[in-house]
Design a protein around this ligand. Sequence first.
Ligand code: GDP
Length: 327
Amino acid sequence: MDISDIAEKITAGDRRALARAITLVESTRAEHRVQALELADRLRGGGRQALRIGLSGTPGVGKSTFIESFGLMLVAQGLRVAVLAVDPSSARSGGSILGDKTRMERLSREPMAFIRPSPSQTHLGGVARRTREAVGLCEAAGFDVVLIETVGVGQSETVVAELSDLFILLLAPAGGDELQGVKRGIMEMADIILVNKADGDLKAAAMRTCADYAGALRLLRRRPQDPDGFPKAMTVSALELAGLEVAWAEMKTLRDWRQSHGHWDTRRATQSRHWFEDEVRQGLLRALTEQPKIRAAMGAMGAAVARGEMTPDSAAAQMLRDLAAHK
Ligand code: GDP
């Protein structure tokens, strides 16, 4: 692959070149990694920034319907929209909740949009890196908005929150008055909670759920990176296109406020540092555990622990001492 040629095409907004480049960053082959890093370095200086919106929600809340409606609305406003997915299910089963090609059919036909299904068969750390690099490529390609979607299971929300400027939690109306088992940590990451399906028979339930979450959000500590009134909960109907304009206006309010108060740059700087450290940590772990001597020692110690001859903690302490002593 000619890296300077593909970099040029990406900068010109060529979606096929972008798709090829994302395939390159998804590859784990060593020569592809070298090329992917070279490409990212070439594109880094472009200075283009998209609004990165993380969107999380359990299967069935209406993520694809929302992204299609919301994306089409943005496209109609003349904005270029990219959609990427972080799908932890593909790591486990090889099947994907988010990768289905038939999702967002209308949006995918828009020349101003770019949709990339999640890659299959890789661990979450790998997915995070691939998504991070794909976000960078979309920015270099001049997209105005990059939507990063994930299902609300496992650690994937944290990964997405660490990749985005705004984090949106999408919910469906609850049957009762329970807070749908949404973990506190995820609520704390959310900048805006959107209760979807506020239409027809579900409208009243959606309003109740929204009020419950608005109350729960008020109990959270106010964050310095937020203007008054944030984080906030709102109702939308992705199906009937209700509330989408308002939701977009709120996202822009948050973006503008953070940009003018320095929080935007700080957040991105903190994220970059986080990803650098994460990458080094993972690389170190890989390098260590790939060494035959260390693998053998891990295996032997693991067996001793399994036989009950050592406690897990004392075995780990011993292992770390040996490592520190370069045994
Ligand atoms: P995802 O799994 O989160 O991507 O959810 P989907 O977008 O596939 O939607 C799941 C189901 O909810 C589908 O049957 C949609 O038609 C329905 N749905 C999505 N958005 C709305 C909405 O705003 N109102 C109503 N009533 N149904 C919706």
